[in-house]
Design a protein around this ligand. Structure first.
Ligand SMILES: Cc1cc2nc3c(=O)[nH]c(=O)nc-3n(C[C@H](O)[C@H](O)[C@H](O)COP(=O)(O)OP(=O)(O)OC[C@H]3O[C@@H](n4cnc5c(N)ncnc54)[C@H](O)[C@@H]3O)c2cc1C
Length: 477
């Protein structure tokens, strides 16, 4: 259970305003600032690149006196993950530089009912949330469900919702690699008394913790935070691009499943499936799509370049995929879980005893190995990116800027990935304006070839890169 203490707002120095965070590419679009009770009704809208951003009056965006800089997860003056974890998990049994504080970690899946079959991974996120509802520990769970693009003004495919029943919760299972924001659910939690759990990627959970530190009502009502490990956040254009490449316009799409499960294939062979408004379905493997290599960074939110939390270090419990053999070969899906709350640890152990969930305890090294690519990007890669000259605000990270000790190959991988994530937004924007999907897909295939050349090449280019560099690890990511 959350054991947060309130922050004295006078403790933190005045920091940047919303406009500075947005213009510096540090706004992840979580919506926490739009939910601040400062008397202004503000909406989160899509920008021209399909990313959610707060849109308010000029005064609101430039206001330096609000609590904004203390609750924005990318603000250089807000508390960092270590500080928040120290406040929330003071007696955690383990501390690890990559995983943060935690009591125990596990690998496994849900046995009970269809949780595993319906989930993206082992189904544990929905199972834990369901268990919180079943035990009456919460009245509602804030998570992400399909929106109705026909009635939604800005045609969102997904949005945060509060589910109060097991049916509604189960309908929201699966990972959505799509922009979402929490302003409406935070406002509802503030307005409607009750106890709530909230599910989110690491920076969203951090924003919730920071918001709770300033707001006694949220602090009292948000009883549990369930984190999802995160590689990075995508823009809405990825769904549009997938639709283009499956021969349809995104306006024809009623639903998208980013990870259709096929138990006969390895879990990491992602397959996307569109359900069209006329009921037809179309599917393709990510690997066949021009921008389907997750590690290449297509449509990544620029703030993710400056994130150093892979495993939701501030969440009471955090879940990811067990990207490690033999688990990644099992198409039914397997979770890794990090538990930081004693109440949730009891709940997990109860589930294990009653065989409703099948979990084995693992150590920090095991969990880290399942997220090796993410940690390289957020530690070694982040240190490298921080060493680059930068326009705008300088993020304050737990990783120091560093250039040395990195092989030529790794430098090129990080640089090309950065360029792909930046240019994918712009090239897609142009292709959309010109109604010319081929412009984008041709560019994306060329960019991917270049990225793979640096990442995987064992030929002449690879030998040259290896010769140029001397240290550093190499891999597919
Ligand atoms: C953007 C993103 C990036 C990710 N990157 C990684 C990664 O690099 N490595 C890794 O191991 N795992 C990553 N995950 C987590 C992984 O995809 C699974 O969500 C996780 O393993 C839980 O699977 P499950 O079967 O237990 O969850 P399920 O039982 O399928 O339940 C998932 C729950 O999460 C909610 N949800 C889905 N999408 C979102 C969202 N965007 N924001 C908030 N809540 C959401 C759903 O509504 C549902 O309640 C990522 C998830 C997201 C959304």
């Amino acid at each position: 259970m959350s054991s947060s203490t309130l922050l004295d707002p006078r403790e933190a120095p005045a920091g940047p305003n919303r406009n500075e965070i947005i213009r510096s590419g540090l706004c992840i679009g979580c919506g926490a600032c739009a939910a601040l009770p400062d008397g202004t009704r503000v909406r989160m809208n899509f920008d021209r690149h399909g990313q959610l951003k707060p849109s308010g009056s000029r005064e609101w965006l430039h206001d330096r006196n609000s609590d904004f800089s203390r609750i924005c997860p990318f603000s250089p003056v807000s508390s960092n993950e270590d500080e928040l974890a120290e406040r929330h998990f003071p007696v955690a049994r383990n501390r690890d530089p990559l995983l943060g504080r935690f009591d125990a970690a596990f690998v496994g899946h849900v046995e009970e009912d269809d949780f595993r079959a319906n989930g993206s991974s082992g189904g544990l996120v929905t199972w834990v949330a369901a268990e919180l509802l079943r035990r009456g520990l919460v009245d509602g769970v804030a998570h992400v469900t399909a929106a109705d693009p026909t009635t939604d003004g800005d045609r969102r495919l997904f949005r945060y919702t509060l589910s109060r029943s097991l049916e509604a919760l189960s309908a929201g299972a699966k990972s959505r690699y799509y922009p979402v924001e929490m302003s409406e659910v935070l406002e509802t939690i503030r307005t409607v008394p009750g106890r709530y759990a909230i599910i989110g990627i690491p920076c969203f959970i951090k924003a919730v913790r920071l918001s709770c530190a300033l707001d006694p009502i949220l602090n009292e009502r948000i009883a549990f935070t369930l984190g999802l490990f995160c590689g990075h956040m995508k823009s809405a254009r990825m769904a549009e691009s997938f639709a283009w490449q499956m021969g349809r316009d995104v306006r024809d799409v009623a639903q998208i499943d980013y990870r259709v499960k096929r138990p006969d294939r390895p879990a990491n062979w992602y397959r996307a499936q569109l359900t069209l408004r006329n009921g037809e379905t179309r599917g393709r493997d990510w690997w066949d799509l021009a921008d389907g290599d997750w590690g290449a960074g297509f449509f990544q939110n620029s703030a993710c370049n400056f994130c150093d939390d892979v495993v939701a270090e501030t969440a009471d419990i955090a879940f990811g995929d067990a990207w490690k053999e033999p688990y990644s070969a099992d198409g039914r899906g397997t979770n890794v879980v990090i538990v930081r709350s004693p109440v949730l640890l009891d709940l997990i152990r109860d589930g294990m005893r009653s065989r409703r969930i099948e979990l084995s305890e693992v150590d920090a090294d095991f969990v880290i190995a399942t997220q090796a690519a993410g940690f390289r990007q957020r530690r070694e890669g982040l240190a490298f990116r921080l060493s680059w000259p930068r326009w705008g605000l300088r993020p304050r990270k737990r990783v120091a800027a560093a250039r040395s000790g990195l092989s030529a190959r790794r430098r090129m991988i990080y640089a090309v990935r950065y360029e792909i994530s930046m240019w994918s937004h712009r090239v897609f924007w142009l292709a959309r304006r010109l109604r010319w999907p081929g412009l984008y897909t041709t560019w994306a295939r060329a960019a991917l070839t270049c990225y793979h050349g640096f990442a995987y090449s064992r030929g002449r280019l690879g030998r040259m890169l290896d010769w140029l560099g001397s240290t550093g690890s190499e891999g597919r990511d």
